[in-house]
Design a binder for this molecule. Structure first.
Ligand SMILES: [Zn+2]
Length: 135
């Protein structure tokens, strides 16, 4: 037990979390207008269509913004601090918040290319980013 929070999948988000457990990044897209959205929802945020679809997303992107967390918000994250919390612009046109791992926190910069890796957290894998230069 790490005590870290794990996501609670619901009807809208469970396909996403199930794909994560298979080391796949998928994204919700709208069949009506082509909009790509994250977080998954029951409706397209652009045209309100319910005709939504899932497709595989390229697990690569760049750092849009980032912050180094020095003081963990809860004791469960204490060992990790300092760690990087970043907004990642995925190459497929959506944005996700995640940690940038497997590198020194001070090395993470805006515009840095990253790839998505999956971190197992008590049976649910979470998408995280690492520098693509590690590839
Ligand atoms: Zn739409």
């Amino acid at each position: 037990m790490t005590g870290k929070p794990t996501p609670t999948p619901n009807a809208d988000t469970s396909p996403f979390w199930e794909a994560c457990n298979e080391d796949r990044l998928i994204v919700q897209t709208c069949r009506s207008c082509g909009h790509v959205q994250f977080y998954p929802r029951a409706l397209c945020v652009k045209c309100e269509s319910r005709d939504l679809n899932w497709r595989d997303a390229k697990p690569e992107g760049t750092v849009h913004s980032c912050t180094v967390v020095h003081r963990a918000p809860t004791p469960a994250f204490k060992e990790d601090a300092p760690y990087v919390l970043a907004l990642i612009d995925l190459d497929d046109g959506f944005r996700m918040m995640m940690n940038v791992i497997n590198c020194p926190p001070e090395s993470v910069a805006i515009g840095m290319p990253v790839r998505i890796v999956f971190e197992d957290r008590e049976g649910q894998k979470l998408p995280q980013a690492e520098p693509s230069a590690n590839a």
